[in-house]
Design a protein around this ligand. Structure first.
Ligand code: SAH
Length: 242
């Protein structure tokens, strides 16, 4: 998925506690050769303005290079999307972080993701301690993401090969819903499956152009409000299983 970042967000520079991060980095890099790159990725995301400690900690933990095809591993920690086959992409790290922070997920929350792709976003949510249900329209991608998440030990993620327009009624209601493909409209089933007090982020707009990332909030009495967050560019949310 591609993102056209709001320029203003890019300008935010936050340099606090750099010493602390460097010490952490030295300690951890001995065990994993990718650790320095991963920490640099998280520092960049922080500099862009994402400050939620749980989001940043999860992104420090998830081994992003495991979620990209072998030929792209060298670029796994750059702040850009990468191809994962079938015309699909693993999301840009900054947008993963931004969406996660916006949803403010907490341990134990019931979460639905539409658009499993590589499984990376699901792993970030699982790392936070959520129970994650994720649906993917390409069977091949659903299967490989399921195997990858199992291999990496994410027992709190369930992957289903399905069309996300219909959500996952057996696992509903959800505290949080994250849609990682561009929708032409907000699918009514997803709004229905959101708990009162729940939040959803979804890119809505022209599916082959730029969309608006929208925050949908359902209040305690079930009333729904939407807010535009920022312009983004995601791969289209498709119809019909593949
Ligand atoms: N979240 C993913 C990236 C998603 S890219 C990650 O972290 O890697 C968008 C994904 O949505 C693609 O894998 C695409 O196949 C899937 N998709 C598209 N339309 C869908 C639909 N209607 N239901 C479920 N998945 C869909």
């Amino acid at each position: 998925m591609k993102l056209r970042r709001a320029g203003i967000l890019l300008l935010a520079l936050h340099l606090g506690s750099a010493g602390c991060v460097a010490a952490q980095e030295r300690e951890q890099s001995a065990s994993d050769p990718n650790e320095p790159q991963r920490l640099a990725m998280v520092r960049l995301i922080r500099d862009y303005g994402v400050r939620d400690p749980a989001t940043l900690a999860a992104m420090r933990s998830v081994l992003r290079h495991e979620f990209v095809p072998e030929g792209y591993r060298r670029r796994a920690y750059g702040d850009h999307p990468l191809p994962i086959g079938y015309g699909q992409t693993i999301s840009q790290p900054y947008i993963v972080a931004y969406m996660t922070e916006t949803l403010d997920p907490e341990p134990g929350m019931n979460v639905l993701e539409v658009g499993t792709g590589s499984g990376y976003q699901a792993a970030v949510l699982a790392e936070i301690g959520c129970q994650v249900y994720t649906v993917e329209i390409f069977e091949v991608l659903a299967t490989s993401a399921r195997q990858r998440l199992e291999r990496l030990g994410y027992t709190n993620v369930t992957v289903r090969h399905a069309d996300g327009h219909y959500g996952w009624s057996e696992a509903a209601p959800f505290d949080v819903i994250i849609v990682t493909a561009a929708a032409g409209y907000i699918p009514p089933a997803l709004v229905e499956q959101l708990k009162p007090g729940g939040r959803m982020v979804i890119p809505v707009g022209s599916v082959y152009g730029v969309q608006n990332l929208i925050l949908v909030e359902k209040d305690a009495s079930g009333d729904v409000r939407t807010h535009n967050l920022l312009p983004v560019r995601f791969v289209p949310m498709l119809k019909g299983l593949r």
